[in-house]
Ligand binder design. Sequence first.
Ligand SMILES: NC(=O)c1ccc[n+]([C@@H]2O[C@H](COP(=O)([O-])OP(=O)(O)OC[C@H]3O[C@@H](n4cnc5c(N)ncnc54)[C@H](OP(=O)(O)O)[C@@H]3O)[C@@H](O)[C@H]2O)c1
Length: 264
Amino acid sequence: MSQQVFLVTGATGAIGKAIAIQCAIDHNHTVVLACRNKDKAKSVINEIIQLTGNLSIFSALVDLSNYHDICQLAERWSGPLHVLINNAASAPRRRQETREGIELQMATNVLGYFWMVKAFTDILKNSGSAQIINVASYWAGGLDLNDLEFNKRPYHNDTAYRQSKQANRMLSVAFSDKLKPYRIHVNSCHPGDVNSTLSHNLGFGGHETPGQAAQTPVWLATRSYEQQTTGFYYEYMRAVPCLFGRDKEAIQKLFIRCETYTKI
Ligand SMILES: NC(=O)c1ccc[n+]([C@@H]2O[C@H](COP(=O)([O-])OP(=O)(O)OC[C@H]3O[C@@H](n4cnc5c(N)ncnc54)[C@H](OP(=O)(O)O)[C@@H]3O)[C@@H](O)[C@H]2O)c1
């Protein structure tokens, strides 16, 4: 069996690290961790190698809230990419902006996923067949297409977070339609409730372990081509009806809004 290449964003965090570990258990998998902190990435690589014995674990430094950083990551990439797992997210308690002036949750949680898919589309297309897993959440809703960056509404991190996770689910459907002809399958999922920096900022604890939360994204990511689906939202390894994925008009509007951010 030829080597399958996985790219996992936010792999220094609670769930991302667990996803990377579970992907690395199979030594036919090369796992690349897309992280912004070099030291954290190094330590996670060592941990994964120790735990799994898989030596094909690498890191790629990238700020996932920055369009140009993501484009450069894709330009530097050599070889195939079979599985992209968008997982990195943040939920700062106060409204913050990136150096380009984009509200941080919109930039990282929504555009970070969107830009990764866009930047890696050609690479995924040339890899035979590929999958994109967007780690979203059941905790989703309240998207305001007229105020994606909380310029008109008061910022609350939970409101911005729920909006961003709704957007993940909607954009997964948009990309699944666009990429299906190229044998690229796109699904989103809820991982599980885990104690992490992100959940702590949102004021939640967690009753599941990172390992449990990694199960659904890893199950999706490692299914054979024949078993794969596209355009679905999953919880606990089951497809769950998703109202956000049915509103094609809103999905199209959101997609167009996201595209305007690729011109910055
Ligand atoms: N925890 C839960 O209960 C829960 C429930 C439902 C869904 N989720 C989803 O699961 C995913 C992972 O969440 P988590 O709980 O594991 O969060 P976490 O532990 O806080 O990890 C977040 C990860 O994202 C990275 N990250 C944030 N901003 C970044 C940026 N600009 N550039 C590069 N990397 C960046 C962080 O990097 P650093 O290590 O450098 O900070 C970290 O690796 C998220 O998509 C979240 O929405 C979580």
